[in-house]
Design a protein around this ligand. Sequence first.
Ligand code: ADP
Ligand code: MG
Length: 259
Amino acid sequence: MEKKASIVSLEDVTMTYPSGVQAIKDLSIDIAKGEFVFIVGASGSGKSTLVKLLLCEVKPTSGKIIVNGKNITYLKHKQVAAHRRRIGCVFQDFRLLKDRNVFENVAFAQKVVGVQNRLVGKNVRRILSLVGVSEKEKTFPRELSGGQQQRVALARALVNQPTLLIADEPTGNLDPKTSMEIMHLLEDINAQGTTVIVVTHDNEIVNQLQKRVIYLKEGQLHSDEENAKYVEDLSIESAHLSQGAFESQEDDEIWGGLR
Ligand code: ADP
Ligand code: MG
């Protein structure tokens, strides 16, 4: 089988914050164009740092990062801005402009890249319809539910037709039903050709969607599997205890108070 062109490639990437925390260690990942990938792991495992690396918000301490065929490891200021404009991204906290309505929030992304005014209206309306918030054009973010705000954030991320969409905990502030709706929307977007990378620690979502799952643990690649489930790994905690010792410790926690 022919290997698909890759859109994201990390080669032995390590990223240490100035504080000395090594957030990513010797990480090598390859994501092909058109894939839908979950990045999972416990809080502090390096997921957001990985996103920041892909957006050039932080630089690797060592290793190499290629996005869309371009080496982004050491981009200059101006190139960073151009690079970010080619990627759609959404976050847990939506990050909409509070003093602009839905239409203006999405149109803003088009203006930044210099799309002609007469085309902006058409593009914005098409994308608002795609994410299902057409009737909210004139509404301000504070008047929207969390789910609707995330739809608008998605519209803004997609309006310039990026080949890659990165979502860092996009459902972190949403209830389970709304979360699943947003995830199905991401699946639709992926089906139309956009590569989608979703960071999450929500195993319900991961287990239901059955996608490729890249599991980070303390900044390192713990596993990388297709159609995978996300089950928090307890091997570290149990490794230094014999099976019996582990069970009896659990026993004590459960029954200790009753004995
Ligand atoms: P996750 O998104 O999986 O919760 P992060 O990438 O945010 O993990 O964090 C990975 C590690 O890096 C953690 O130990 C965190 O405390 C540390 N870290 C994150 N951001 C910074 C920062 N700006 N400065 C120093 N350490 C940081
Ligand atoms: Mg995070």
